[in-house]
Design a protein around this ligand. Structure first.
Ligand SMILES: C[S@@+](CC[C@H](N)C(=O)[O-])C[C@H]1O[C@@H](n2cnc3c(N)ncnc32)[C@H](O)[C@@H]1O
Length: 244
């Protein structure tokens, strides 16, 4: 069973939203800062047509839908059922059920969000396929955020610092206090990609080799994984041409 099926199963079981979003319960408050950072990086505008790949319960899709023309949300059918149930009159959200790699799309998008999805993929081959397919769907004047990439080398650097040591102690205390929900019953193969500096930098190269610009961006430290994760911003070759 893949992580994709796992997210479907926990959606059917109705686990707490923060867990469904792939975060720890103790990160619930920090999670609220995610959409602001995504919106600051993707510069949503009223004419945007947005694709949210692996949208989960709409942490980014809902705030974006208040600004842009349309948001297409892609995820497991059971996850999208939960997302639909949260909708209250948003008529510019479109739902597309299924594995992103197996879906076909008729249009391109001016903004693409792929947030906290890379850490849920099984290996680098799938990560590369995801990114290549998403690049095919990005308008030349578009922007894409591949957000919340877990980087083991960045984490190691942080943990070696004094601040990192203090954080780890505090984290262990918070996790011990956290109400425990055992998600292991929903998964039997927890294989997820491991990325370090080499893999992140290779991904930047893969994107640039296809004619896009790509930049590594830090996360604000108040985000759930702000000390150990980072984002890639992809910039289409025609982005900003109208500003002359
Ligand atoms: C950690 S959650 C993040 C959800 C949301 N983007 C957020 O930041 O709150 C990862 C999401 O990616 C989805 N996902 C994983 N593999 C996928 C695939 N192959 N196609 C579409 N969605 C996928 C999962 O179902 C899950 O909802």
């Amino acid at each position: 069973m893949t992580q994709f099926d796992f997210y479907g199963r926990i959606a059917e079981a109705g686990v707490e939203e923060t867990l469904q979003n792939g975060r720890y319960l103790t990160q619930k408050d920090a999670e609220a800062f995610v959409p602001e950072d995504v919106s600051r990086k993707l510069l949503f505008a009223s004419e945007d047509v947005v694709l949210d790949i692996g949208c989960g319960l709409g942490i980014n899709a809902f705030p974006a839908s208040r600004i842009v023309r349309e948001v297409t949300c892609v995820d497991h059918g059971s996850v999208l059922s939960r997302l639909r149930a949260k909708c209250s009159g948003e008529n510019n959200i479109v739902f597309k059920e299924g594995d992103f790699l197996e879906l076909s799309f008729k249009e391109k998008y001016t903004k693409i969000i792929m947030y906290c999805v890379v850490p849920a993929l099984p290996d680098m081959d799938v990560v590369r396929s995801f990114v290549d397919k998403a690049l095919c769907l990005l308008e030349p004047k578009g922007l894409m955020l591949i957000g919340d990439i877990a980087n083991v080398d960045k984490k190691r650097r942080f943990q070696a610092s004094e601040q990192g040591r203090q954080f780890e102690e505090e984290w262990a205390r918070k996790r011990a206090d956290e109400k425990k929900t055992d998600l292991s019953q929903y998964i039997n193969d927890n294989k997820t990609v491991v990325m370090g500096d080499d893999e992140v930098i290779a991904l930047l190269g893969q994107i640039r080799s296809q004619g896009f610009d790509a930049y590594l961006l830090p996360q604000p430290k108040n985000l759930p994984f702000g000390y150990t994760r980072e984002d890639i911003l992809v910039v289409g070759p025609e982005y900003g041409n109208e500003v002359r």
